[in-house]
Design a protein around this ligand. Structure first.
Ligand code: AMP
Length: 307
């Protein structure tokens, strides 16, 4: 089953202590769509400016991603983001965010896109996310958000949270959103706002799944080769939703747990290079091999006899 994603298609300027890249094709919808395209058909709803060229378009074509919902504007630039990492790749500083053509984007999704069963509201203005949610007849909706929107548009964000099934969000942002430094209490408070399930992303430390009465946690894939963590969160979400859509799953515990492993596997590849470079070179066999490694890494048996 296919997925509709709304979010930024952007150009990033990324600085790490070791290297720097400007004008990298990125954005929440880009990372999400490329990751999910390894599992199922993906359509993007978004907007780009006159800096988006035929060469950029080809990247999506290669992955079979439908861009019929990508509005192209001649009179401005695409969303642009500049961020910097310190030696701790788990935290980053946003140096600049330019909404550009994204500022007054009013998405209209086609009748065919309204019927797409899985919807991901990627990082974007929460009112825009809700607008797309209201136009869609999806049977499962997940969303992401970030500090920029939690601080800048808190009321709109609460409205949007009311109409989603699953929230996938960073650890720090979950605590910020709930205004509670304890993640267990924060998770409960967030689920009381609307989402039935919550996945908290914890960078290199993995991810945690919360339900009303359930808890599941996975480590991050032990990765020695981290070049640029940008996009890991969106790639993770692409792997999660890609697996759920490919298997026609809803929010059952077993499917969500496997989906989280696929999310982590996909994210572990993204961080090996700047932008989408590593994802674009990925093979199905590499994905499956890392999934198997994850299984070996986290397996432990029950207690058979007492000692
Ligand atoms: P992440 O997966 O969290 O590392 O997401 C990084 C991507 O999000 C970058 O490629 C940025 O272009 C994009 N981004 C940064 N800030 C925002 C924002 N406020 N809204 C939407 N997308 C953003």
């Amino acid at each position: 089953m296919s997925i509709l994603v709304v979010g930024t298609v952007a150009f990033d300027h990324v600085k790490t202590p070791f290297d720097e890249r400007a004008n990298v094709l990125a954005g929440a919808a880009t990372y999400f769509a490329i990751a999910a395209s390894f599992f199922t058909q993906v359509s993007i709803v978004g907007i780009v400016g006159n800096d988006f060229t035929a060469e950029h378009e080809r990247i999506f074509d290669v992955r079979g991603i439908d861009l019929s919902g990508l509005e192209r504007r001649k009179d401005g630039k695409s969303f642009r983001w500049t961020g910097e990492y310190g030696y701790d790749f788990n935290t980053r500083t946003t140096l600049d965010t330019q909404l550009n053509v994204f500022a007054d984007f009013q998405p209209r999704i086609s009748p065919a896109q309204q019927e797409i069963p899985y919807l991901f509201l990627g990082n974007a203005h929460p009112s825009l996310q809700r607008d797309v949610r209201q136009q869609s007849r999806a049977r499962l909706t997940a969303m992401d958000t970030m500090d920029f929107w939690i601080q800048g548009t808190p009321n709109e964000l609460r409205e949007t949270l009311r109409c989603v099934d699953l929230l996938i969000i960073n650890d720090e942002e979950a605590r910020q959103l709930a205004r509670d430094p304890n993640i267990i209490r924060a998770a409960k408070a967030i689920m009381a706002l609307g989402p039935k399930r919550l996945i908290v992303k914890r960078g290199e430390y993995g991810a945690t799944l919360f339900g009303e009465d359930s808890f599941f946690a996975i480590p991050g894939f032990p990765q020695e080769n981290v070049v640029d963590p940008t996009g890991a969160g969106d790639t993770f979400a692409g792997g999660v939703m890609g697996y759920l859509a490919a298997t026609g799953s809803r929010l059952d515990e077993e499917s969500l747990r496997k989906a989280m492993i696929y999310g982590s596997v996909m994210a572990s590849f993204t961080i090996e290079a700047f932008g989408t470079e590593r994802l674009l070179a990925l093979t199905r066999e590499e994905i499956n091999e890392r999934y198997r490694q994850f299984k070996t890494m986290t397996y432990f048996d029950g207690i058979e006899h007492s000692f």
